[in-house]
Each structure stands twice: as structure tokens, then as C-alpha cells.
Write a protein that binds this ligand. Structure first.
Ligand code: AKG
Length: 313
């Protein structure tokens, strides 16, 4: 992968890597306080944000089954718990019946897939829009449900901010700042995984990726009720420690929202799916297997994934 590796080499020659500061925790910070972190592109843990949300109790497996068992939802196939990704095809997703997925989790069977669905409009009452990004002109929410030990690959979103909320079980995040990029062996820009790293911080292979030895990830464990602001371009790999239920909002404001829409448009024209930010790409040949989908029309103020499986969802 000469082009990108060469560019990273040039960056390493002129830059010294400085580890980011630890991530602070604030209880229900004001919007102004939050904005300081947003402007500085620094992650922040937010406590107490969802204490009174019905989702904290409503999003149990039995209740989700009672409400959504017959929906068809998107999943990312996994191998030994890790989401599958390939430089040629990207990260593909498939469809499953929500109730069948929950059955596997309840029986303690590894589903070999990570449920990563577009927003269910019915969940709006359980998880009201977040004040911090309410006005952003571009927003997409995703609902995550996975077995213990499910993990993503190391990746990042460009131009898009991320608010992540944990509602059931625990998740461990491994984070690297954007400054770490030249040490992280990104896939080539023209591959189907341009926002992914070949390095795995959980099982570092320093023979293949010796430069990554210079880095130490920040680690954050989210418990139910915890929220994390993850600025755009921050690398993250996420491991579920329990059966885990979460959702996140990706959002973009100002010029970034224009860029995001332009990139989405370009990908559609090139029929590359909607995986602009490095999550899920829909296989053109993989239509949903059942008539009802989760990712239907977004309600006002909250966007779901788009028709073809969505910006990642
Ligand atoms: O929760 C996860 O497992 C993945 C989350 C993620 O990658 C994201 O929110 O961008």
C-alpha cells in the first residue's frame, strides 16, 4: 500500500506523536461546556445524561422481543466475535429477524453477527434527542445489540461527530487520537476500508505493525447509563463485555454537514453503498430477507439509516 504508507511516513518524519490527555468525566455538562470539547475535538464522558430515560429499563431483551420480534434488522457478520471486513468488499451487512437474534443471545449462543440497525422510530420515546447535537442538520442514529465479546475493527469516522450511549451491559472502547494515524497502518484510500486500520490494539501484531508499538490506546469502559462524546477522526475499536445494548448518534454541522452529504452522494453515484464513515456497506446483491425493515422513515429531528441499509445502518 505504497501511497498511503508513504504519506504516513512523511508525516512521521515531520511530526512527533503526543499522547492525548485522559478523558474527563462531567455530570450533565452545559451545552457551552460541551462545546469547548467539541471545538477542541477532545472526547468527553458524560454522566447522568440518561438517568431518567425509559430506555434504561425498556431496552431489555424480553421487552425488545415483545415490541420488535418480527422486524428485519441489519447485522454485520462476525468471525470469532470480530466484525468481518475486507479491503475489496468493505464491511458487508446482512438481514435477520430481530426475534431470532434475541433468541440466540438469550440462549447464550454466539450469533456470528453484530446487530447494527438503523433507528427504530418507536424508540424515540425511550431515547429522546440529545440536546448537544439537536440542531445539527445531518444526523443518523444507530441501534447496537451484541453478544459478549463482540468487537468491531479499529476504524474512525471522518467529518462526523459521535455521541455514544450505553443502555445495557458494558463496552470497552480503545481510542487513538487523529494524531496517531501515521502509526496505525490505515488501509489504502481507494480500498473499500479507507477509514479502517490494519492494526488490532487488543492483539497487537508488532511483527507486522512495528510502528504501532509507539502508541498506547486510551481505554474507556462504558456502563449502562454512560455516554461518550467521540469527536470525528478519533480511532476506535469497541468490545462488548456483556450482552450489550447501545445506540449512537452521528452528526455533522456547518461545512461538515455539506461535505458529508456530498460524500454520501458521490458514493451513491459510484454505487459504493453508504459506508461513508467506515461501518456497514450494503451488498448490492443482498436484499432484505423479510418484508419489514427497521430502518424506515426517520421521524422529524432524528434520521434513520437510508433505504439500502443505510449509512451504515
Ligand atoms: O458499539 C460498537 O460496537 C461500535 C460503535 C462504533 O463503532 C461507533 O459508534 O462508531
Amino acid at each position: 500500500m505504497p501511497g498511503r504508507d508513504l504519506f504516513d511516513g512523511l508525516l512521521r518524519a515531520v511530526r512527533r506523536y503526543r499522547p492525548p490527555p485522559p478523558i474527563p468525566r462531567l455530570v450533565r455538562p452545559s451545552i457551552e461546556r460541551f462545546e469547548a470539547f467539541h471545538q477542541a475535538s477532545l472526547p468527553l464522558r458524560l454522566d447522568g445524561l440518561v438517568d431518567d430515560w425509559p430506555g434504561l429499563t425498556n431496552w431489555s431483551l424480553p421487552r425488545l422481543r415483545a415490541r420488535f420480534a418480527d422486524r428485519t434488522v441489519s447485522v454485520i457478520p462476525t468471525k470469532q466475535g470480530r466484525t468481518k471486513g475486507d479491503a475489496r468488499t468493505g464491511v458487508l451487512h446482512e438481514s435477520v429477524r430481530f426475534g431470532d437474534y434475541i433468541d440466540l443471545l438469550e440462549r447464550g449462543v454466539e450469533p456470528e453477527a453484530y446487530l447494527a440497525a438503523g433507528w427504530l422510530p418507536e424508540l424515540d420515546d425511550d431515547a429522546p434527542p440529545l440536546e448537544y447535537c439537536r440542531g445539527a442538520p445531518w444526523q443518523i442514529s444507530r441501534f447496537w445489540l451484541g453478544a459478549p465479546q463482540t468487537s468491531t475493527l479499529l476504524h474512525r469516522e471522518m467529518f462526523v461527530e459521535n455521541f455514544f450511549v450505553q443502555l445495557g451491559g458494558r463496552k470497552r472502547f480503545y481510542l487513538y487520537s487523529p494524531a496517531a494515524t501515521p502509526w496505525l497502518y490505515s488501509y489504502p484510500l481507494r480500498s473499500a476500508l479507507p477509514n479502517y486500520s490494519r492494526f488490532d490494539p487488543e492483539q497487537p501484531d508488532y511483527e507486522r505493525f512495528p510502528l504501532s508499538r509507539a502508541l498506547q490506546p486510551l481505554e474507556v469502559i462504558l456502563q449502562p447509563g454512560d455516554a461518550l462524546y467521540l469527536p470525528s477522526r478519533w480511532w476506535h475499536q469497541v468490545r462488548s463485555l456483556d450482552v450489550s445494548i447501545s445506540f449512537n448518534v452521528w452528526w455533522a454541522a456547518g461545512i461538515h454537514s455539506v461535505v458529508v452529504r456530498a460524500v454520501e452522494f458521490a458514493r451513491r453515484v459510484r454505487r459504493l453503498g453508504d459506508d461513508t464513515y467506515g461501518h456497514v456497506m450494503t451488498t448490492p446483491s443482498a436484499p432484505p430477507t423479510a418484508p419489514v425493515r427497521l430502518d424506515t422513515q426517520p421521524p422529524a429531528g432524528r434520521c434513520a439509516a437510508s433505504e439500502d441499509g443505510g449509512f451504515s445502518g
